[in-house]
Design a protein around this ligand. Sequence first.
Ligand SMILES: O=C(O)C1=C[C@@H](OP(=O)(O)O)[C@@H](O)[C@H](O)C1
Ligand SMILES: C=C(OP(=O)(O)O)C(=O)O
Length: 424
Amino acid sequence: MTTVQITPAKLKGTVTIPASKSDCHRAIICATLSMGKCTISPITLSQDIEATISCVNALGAKTEVKGDTLTIDSSHLFSSGRGTFDCCESGSTLRFLIPVVSALGISGHFVGKGRLPQRPIGIYLDLLPTHGVECETEGGLPLDTKGKLQSGTYSLPGNVSSQFVTGLLLALPLLDGDSKIVLTSPLESVGYVNMTIDTMKRFGVIVEETEYGYFVKGNQHYTPHDYTVQGDWSQAAFFMVAGAFGGEITVKGIDPNSTQGDREICNLIKKFGADIEIGTDFVKVKNKGDLRGINIDASQIPDLVPVLAVCGSGAYGVTKIYNAERLRIKESDRLKTTCEAINNLGGMVAEVDDGLIVQGAGMLNGGKAEGCNDHRIVMASAVASIISRNKVTVTDAQAINKSYPNFFEDFKKLGGNVNVINNR
Ligand SMILES: O=C(O)C1=C[C@@H](OP(=O)(O)O)[C@@H](O)[C@H](O)C1
Ligand SMILES: C=C(OP(=O)(O)O)C(=O)O
């Protein structure tokens, strides 16, 4: 458990954002399914990416990391037997791999830690047994799967987690027959599914978008491909909000034309009233006076919510964040933990069923924010220090390792004053 204390200071300068975790998960899985040799770079070795690498090793892939390049040789992938898949705390790893493992005809023993064993997988527990795969679980993890996934029609709601859609999309092209994914309610986090389709396309696998959802032709083959990973817009958002609070921050290494839905942070920061310049691979954010509260539909951008609530606290007036129910099933109940973290720093945030109502007063007092073992709560709390009058203590700071191990290094490079006060 690491606790840090941050002395308030405006951040200023240039930061290069790490490789996208979401893009990297997908590339690792597609490369593994290509049954050949691929490189993936640049990669950021976060705990979630390490979980996906360890799971593809359990499928028989040989992986090697040199510098920021991951090489995957999957020419001897298993096509039967049983494997243990430790997904650690990564929802993406778990939900992407359950159908993939089953499509390969491998029996899976899926385990995880932290909040992952409780995060929902019920959609698969309903769908897999009717498509050839037995599931044994007392609700969440551990989960045991047995049998080979069959093609057919997969009907599921679009508002629980897009990760179920991604998992099915990755797996269904490997099956003998054609399949349909039928969405019974509108798809949220659609940018993540677009990212999946885009990555699959680069590995030679095609998905058709239809009026009911997606049509996936069977008997397709992933072809080996050397893959370049995009920069991570979800992580860029923390430093972009820091830029909106004063100083001037240039965030490098991100593609403004990316399929990542979280690039929406550019429009939101503008609406809050900050100045933003978008270049070919960078975004520069600076403050041009008081920020003003805005209304935010979070249905497509769940990972931005904690830092947007912090941005709302540094603005004047009300910021209303809605359509964010899904945040309750992340690494923490993020509506509750965001609300508590900001209120403990003297903010005024109210939790409602589907979101947050933030009364922005331009500043916070400072104090102690609980990180709740949630990387995005820790990073958002660190950004909150910039608008605090007094020091900010953040617990569970080690949680950044889930997605952005160098977060505090980058924070310090921009002038942040961070001290570790407890590390055990
Ligand atoms: O597919 C992905 O890479 C992700 C999808 C999103 O989840 P939901 O679709 O469950 O909102 C997002 O919150 C998560 O961090 C990453
Ligand atoms: C929710 C997240 O990831 P996952 O669902 O993959 O655990 C996240 O990175 O914020």
